[in-house]
Design a protein around this ligand. Structure first.
Ligand SMILES: [Fe+2]
Length: 380
């Protein structure tokens, strides 16, 4: 059942500058605090093809919250809602709307991860604790990052159960087919004015990450709006966290719109990888997911910019999939409109064909598409 493997302990080093005091094996799960976890779970299953995995709530002895765990290949989402009023989860939802609370990282030693990061200045969220059931034991610990977001370190090498102690298997009749999403490629944080460097330094100092790339407001600007971005990654490259901050432009940056509606820093988007973006996006569109579109003129000269690609241009253009190339290959990507009522979080679908970058060549077309959406919301 588990898609986790133990072969990644000796991964080749992708980011040579990164330090190794905090070996991260991958993203374990992403937990969202949401207003109605039962209905959110239905959405992520029906629209996004996630499969039911585990459940915790009143029936498992919880009194104050309920969590549904969904899985698609290596991606796990935990959707958590409060069962009563006034608590910590309620306050999070009141402040931010639905949003990502925890980016959980899969580690070999959660106690050591906690010790190494707090020693370097991370603020404690959860002291190491061991949870047990008949499937074995999981050790959890956690630290704070930007805004009210946290990282939970998950050590599950001595666990054979379905998700973790406290949860029971969730096996409803309803299981829509998946859409071919494979793993979390990167998770992007939006932070406030002039805070990008502070948070990049946090990932460098506290977690040993190093900077992969940096984009300034010259790279990421249109006639009207701008932002700045740096990408931090761990040593084996499995964890990539771009950090964005708003930059001055003639109109309001999309990052500023996010910060206004999220009421602070938080996760802007998660990029989910597929092996076949045409099939994945076709399925998602049929299930009601709405994507940003670029003008058809984008496709008139895109091949001059990116060179030869394996795919036919026609389905890419029909679906609105963007293309970019770097020294190592190319990538295909597309972005949804915000998936929540507040214009905060969205999801990127990405297929890498050698490229390790983030689609810099698409920034302008993409941000112009976002500006059209901002315009319609009156937030540009
Ligand atoms: Fe992205």
């Amino acid at each position: 059942m588990s898609t986790l493997d133990n072969t990644s302990l000796n991964l080749p080093k992708e980011n040579l500058e990164a330090e190794d005091f905090l070996p991260l094996l991958g993203t374990d799960y992403i937990e969202l605090y949401v207003g109605n976890a039962k209905q959110a779970a239905h959405y992520y299953m029906t629209a996004w093809g996630f499969q039911p995995l585990a459940y915790a709530g009143l029936e498992t002895g919880l009194k104050d919250r309920v969590s549904y765990v969904l899985q698609q290949n290596k991606i796990k989402l935990v959707l958590t809602s409060p069962l009563n009023s006034g608590g910590e989860i309620n306050k999070h939802i009141d402040a931010h709307g639905d949003g990502v609370k925890a980016i959980a990282l899969w580690v070999d030693d959660a106690s050591k991860s906690y010790a190494e990061t707090t020693k370097r200045g991370a603020e404690s969220y959860l002291e190491p604790k061991t949870v047990k059931d008949e499937g074995g034991e999981v050790v959890l610990s956690g630290i704070h990052t930007y805004g009210e977001t946290v990282h939970v370190f998950v050590e599950r090498k001595n666990y054979k159960g379905v998700f973790m102690p406290g949860y029971r298997a969730w096996n409803p009749y309803y299981k829509p087919t998946d859409v071919g999403l494979k793993f979390v490629d990167h998770i992007v944080g939006n932070v406030g004015w002039n805070e990008m460097n502070k948070w990049c330094e946090f990932y460098a100092k506290v977690m040993g990450f190093a900077q992969l790339v940096s984009f300034d407001d010259k790279d990421i600007s249109t006639e009207y709006t701008a932002l700045m971005s740096k990408v931090m990654s761990n040593g084996n490259g499995r964890i990539k966290f771009p950090i964005n901050e708003p930059a001055d432009g003639r109109k309001k940056s999309q990052i500023e719109e996010y910060i206004d509606f999220y009421n602070g820093s938080g996760v802007q988007h998660m990029a989910l990888a597929t092996d076949n973006i045409i099939e994945t996006v076709t399925a998602l569109r049929e299930r009601g997911i709405e994507f940003l579109t670029v003008p058809s003129s984008y496709y008139e000269d895109v091949l001059d910019r990116v060179g030869e690609i394996d795919e036919d241009l026609e389905p890419l253009s029909e679906l609105g999939i963007l293309i970019d190339r770097d020294e190592e290959g190319y990538l295909l990507q597309i972005f949804t409109k915000p998936i929540l009522d507040r214009p905060t979080m969205f999801i990127e679908i990405i297929q890498r064909k050698g490229a390790k970058s983030f689609g810099k060549g698409n920034f302008k077309a993409l941000f112009e598409a976002i500006e059209r959406e901002q315009e319609s919301r009156g937030t540009l």
